[in-house]
Ligand binder design. Structure first.
Ligand SMILES: CCCCCCCC/C=C\CC(=O)SCCNC(=O)CCNC(=O)[C@H](O)C(C)(C)COP(=O)(O)OP(=O)(O)OC[C@H]1O[C@@H](n2cnc3c(N)ncnc32)[C@H](O)[C@@H]1OP(=O)(O)O
Length: 282
C-alpha cells in the first residue's frame, strides 16, 4: 500500500479537509505536532521508491499544505526504518513511452512543489537517500541526517548507466560546490553521514533526526519571521525555478529519448537484477 501521511495539529484545518476528499490512497494521521509545523511522512514499502502514483500523491499533499496559511514549516520524513527514499522507482523506467512521460512530468512537479515551497522545509533522514531520494533532501531548506553509518546519501545515477537531469545536478552544485559535485556525479558517490556532513550535503547529524528537526523548527526557525524566511527563499530559488519552467518540456523530451535507448534499458534491467540478487543473498 502506498501511503504518504500528513500529521497535523488541528483536525479542523484545511489540509485534513482537503486530503479526505482526495485519493483513497492518501491516508492521514493526526498527531501532536507544534502549531505551524506539519509532518509529511512517506510510507511506500519496501523502500519509498518514487513511482508515478507516489510522486503524484506527495505533490498533492504539498500543494494542499502550500495553501494553508497556518503552516509555516514542513518536516519531510519516512516511517520505513533505515530508508528515507530509494529514489525513483526503477521499474518505471521500463514502461511504454506515454507512461514514461506521465512519470517524468509527475517527478518534475514534485520538484516544483518541494523546491518551490514557500514554507521552510526540513528533511529528516533516518536512513538512506540515493539519487531522487537525495533530490527530495536537496529540495528542502535544511537537512538533518541520522548518524547511523549504514545510511548513505548521494547521486549514484551513473552507477545505473544514467545521469541526473541538469536541474538535479545544479541542486548538487548549489549545495556542495561545483568541483565536489562534478566528482560525485560521475563517480556516483554515496556518502556516509560523516562524509555528507563534511562536504555540506547535509547540515547536521543526529541520533534522532525527527526529534532534532522539530526542536530546530520550534526553537530556532519559527523565531525568524515567516515572511522573511519565505522572501529569502525566493531570493535564492526563484531564478532556478524560472529556468526550470522554461526548460521543462525539453527536459521531458530529453528524458524520454535518453531512457528508451536500448543500451540504457539493458543497463537498468541489469541493475534491477543486481538488487534482486543482493536481496537473495541476505
Ligand atoms: C540525462 C537525463 C535523463 C536520465 C534521467 C534519469 C533520472 C535520474 C534521476 C533519478 C534517478 C533515480 O532515482 S534511480 C534510483 C536510484 N536508486 C538506487 O540506486 C537505490 C537502489 N536501492 C538500494 O540501494 C537499496 O534497495 C536501499 C539501500 C535503498 C535499501 O536496501 P535494503 O537492503 O533495505 O532493501 P533491498 O535492496 O533488499 O530492496 C528491497 C526491495 O526494493 C527494491 N528496490 C530498491 N530500490 C528500488 C528502486 N529505486 N526502484 C525500484 N525498486 C527498488 C529491491 O529491488 C527489492 O525488491 P524485491 O523485494 O522485489 O526484491
Amino acid at each position: 500500500m502506498i501511503r504518504s501521511a500528513l500529521s497535523y495539529p488541528s483536525k479542523k484545518n484545511l489540509v485534513l479537509q482537503c486530503l479526505r476528499r482526495m485519493s483513497s490512497l492518501v491516508s492521514t494521521s493526526v498527531s501532536e505536532v507544534h502549531p505551524g509545523v506539519a509532518h509529511v511522512t512517506m510510507h511506500s514499502p519496501p523502500v519509498n521508491s518514487l513511482s508515478l502514483s507516489f510522486c503524484q500523491e506527495l505533490s498533492q499533499n504539498l500543494q494542499v499544505i502550500h495553501k494553508d496559511k497556518s503552516i509555516d514549516i514542513i518536516l519531510l520524513q519516512s516511517d520505513i526504518p533505515g530508508i528515507f527514499s530509494a529514489g525513483l522507482d526503477i521499474k518505471e523506467f521500463t514502461q511504454p513511452k506515454e507512461r514514461l512521460m506521465e512519470f517524468w512530468t509527475a517527478f518534475q512537479q514534485l520538484y516544483i512543489d518541494l523546491y518551490g515551497a514557500s514554507q521552510t522545509t526540513i528533511a529528516c533522514m533516518e536512513g538512506s537517500a540515493p539519487a531522487a531520494g537525495c533530490m527530495l533532501a536537496l529540495s528542502c531548506d535544511y537537512r538533518v541526517m541520522t548518524s547511523n553509518t549504514k545510511a548513505k546519501i548521494g547521486l549514484n545515477e551513473s552507477l545505473l548507466g544514467i545521469a541526473a537531469p541538469p536541474w538535479l545536478a545544479q541542486q548538487m552544485m548549489d549545495t556542495v560546490g561545483s568541483r565536489v559535485a562534478e566528482l560525485s556525479l560521475w563517480r556516483g558517490t554515496l556518502y556516509a553521514p560523516e562524509q555528507a556532513l563534511a562536504i555540506g550535503l547535509v547540515d547536521e547529524l543526529h541520533e534522532n533526526p525527527r526529534e532534532r528537526a522539530l526542536e530546530l523548527a520550534v526553537a530556532e526557525f519559527q523565531k525568524i519571521p515567516r515572511q522573511a524566511r519565505a522572501a529569502s527563499k525566493t531570493l535564492t530559488r526563484q531564478k532556478r525555478l524560472k529556468h526550470f519552467h522554461q526548460e521543462r518540456q525539453a527536459d521531458l523530451e530529453h528524458f524520454v529519448n535518453f531512457i528508451t535507448q536500448d543500451a540504457v534499458q539493458t543497463q537498468l534491467r541489469g541493475y534491477l537484477q543486481q538488487l534482486a540478487a543482493k536481496k537473495n543473498k541476505k
